[in-house]
Write a protein that binds this ligand. Structure first.
Ligand code: SF4
Length: 235
């Protein structure tokens, strides 16, 4: 089976425990204007056979120290769920992780097979999420609810001024998180511009104008989450 990858390599990573082989899969169903991997949004990327990737992972086992393994990220990795599942099923001894926007129907089938699941939850506001990123809040929240019933998950919020750092968003994040089973932690990722150069190199307009979040705002989010027994972590 074919799998499309735009970047791969080892990283002692934030994307799962230990030293990991990270595969960035091509294609995304969202169009976040701050994306740090805009080159991965399209379907391009290098075509591989899943067998090649399976062989590569097997030969990399000595590198998976400190509880490491393999992470599939993107783009949105679950858009290539069949290829990922084939690889995971062929390698039951390997520790797998996915990092996903949880906005696909195949998210659950992949996430159930992984030891570590990282979900990017960008906004609890249905209209804003849809208009700014193309994301569907109903699919995302439903997927988080389902997976969190049986698996501990890491939820990442890219905190962006003029998008999701206001009081109403904070209240809505809290409403959603406190409606879950508590089988998760939350990490805040304050806005950065690591991807800006890439957008410009791709001759794409970088439209985020004033995304940096004040330190006080980050503190307020952390404090309010803590007050509501929502576990906040830093990786
Ligand atoms: S979901 Fe992730 S990969 Fe896709 S556009 Fe947004 S930030 Fe980029």
């Amino acid at each position: 089976m074919k799998i499309y990858i735009f970047e791969k390599g080892f990283n002692y990573s934030q994307d799962g425990p230990g030293n990991r082989l990270i595969y960035h899969l091509s294609g995304c169903n969202m169009f976040c204007p701050w994306c740090s991997n805009p080159e991965g949004m399209t379907k391009s990327g290098i075509e591989y056979e899943t067998d090649e990737i399976i062989r590569e992972i097997r030969s990399s086992v000595p590198m998976f120290f400190d509880g490491g393994g393999v992470t599939f990220t993107g783009g949105e990795c679950t858009l290539q769920s069949k290829a990922i599942c084939e690889i995971i099923d062929a390698l039951p001894e390997i520790d797998f992780c996915i990092e996903s926007n949880a906005d696909t129907f195949d998210f659950l089938s992949v996430a159930q097979k992984c030891n570590t699941v990282i979900v990017d939850f960008k906004s609890p506001d249905m209209d804003k999420l849809l208009s700014v990123t193309g994301g569907n809040i109903i699919t995302i929240e439903n997927n988080i609810r389902q997976i969190e019933k049986s698996k501990y998950i890491h939820i990442r919020i890219p905190l962006i001024h003029n998008f999701n750092d206001d009081e109403l968003s904070l209240d809505r994040f809290i409403d959603f998180f406190t409606s879950l089973n508590g089988n998760f932690d939350v990490e805040l990722l304050p806005y950065h511009e690591y991807g800006k150069e890439k957008w410009l190199n791709l001759v794409k307009e970088y439209t985020v104008k004033d995304g940096f979040v004040k330190k006080e705002t980050i503190k307020k989010f952390v404090n309010k989450f803590n007050e509501n027994s929502i576990k906040v972590i830093k990786t």
